[in-house]
Design a protein around this ligand. Sequence first.
Ligand code: ADP
Ligand code: MG
Length: 251
Amino acid sequence: MNDSPDSTPLIVEDVWKTFSRGASPVEALKGINLEVKNGEFIAIMGASGSGKSTLLHAIAGLTRVDSGRILISGQDISELSDSRLTKFRRKHLGIVFQSFNLIPTLSAEDNIRLPASLGEHHEDQVDALLERLGIQDRRNHMPGAMSGGEQQRVAIARALSCQPDLLLADEPTGSLDSVTGQEICKLLRGLCDEEQRTILLVTHEPNVAMWADRVVVLRDGTNLSEFETPDRHDPLEVAQQYQSLLTVGSC
Ligand SMILES: Nc1ncnc2c1ncn2[C@@H]1O[C@H](COP(=O)(O)OP(=O)(O)O)[C@@H](O)[C@H]1O
Ligand SMILES: [Mg+2]
């Protein structure tokens, strides 16, 4: 595996972001640093309002930061114009949201085809994604006729359709019941283990974070610290590590 900075899917260096809308400015990100290597599955944990979504949106190029650098496969995304950033995002990043964000008037397979503009001659690729995500029998269903878990599988297939360098997921299980949420987590873990996909997920739930290789803890827009997750079936262990970091961080 090539470990040069250009092949590192994500490097975040000293990123700051203040929202100035409203009466008082909100400092959402205060000097964040993060690196995600090829094939890693990283979870960012933090309470509501700690800056998780802002960070993920900044990495996705959906929010511009005030200072610092975000390098995706060696490209500093702040150097790109809006139109080049949109093209860059489509080529290099896959994004999965809590609310699925599927187009309600398109079937599962057409939703999957859309971002990568997969035409008739990409039938094999669409078939492979439907099969990998276990939704072959849902290919002609509209989102409204699918369960939440099925919709999220379609959203993950869509995010993978452009073969992204990095898969980003913002609370991907947040709209699902816990059993379905765990199935989605297992699926993401499998994508990492079996296909060496690189995944960055944000969550506030220990039983989601436990599936990652490493958990980065965010509080009030700064990274407190991080820990590894050797046992992928012990949410209590993750909850304890998380709480102990928050306690130490507040001293
Ligand atoms: N578009 C926005 N305008 C103003 N404040 C925002 C905006 N987006 C997020 N914030 C604020 O930034 C902080 C971090 O929010 P967010 O990143 O959504 O946290 P999390 O995802 O961890 O719950 C919060 O105080 C939130 O209210
Ligand atoms: Mg959020």
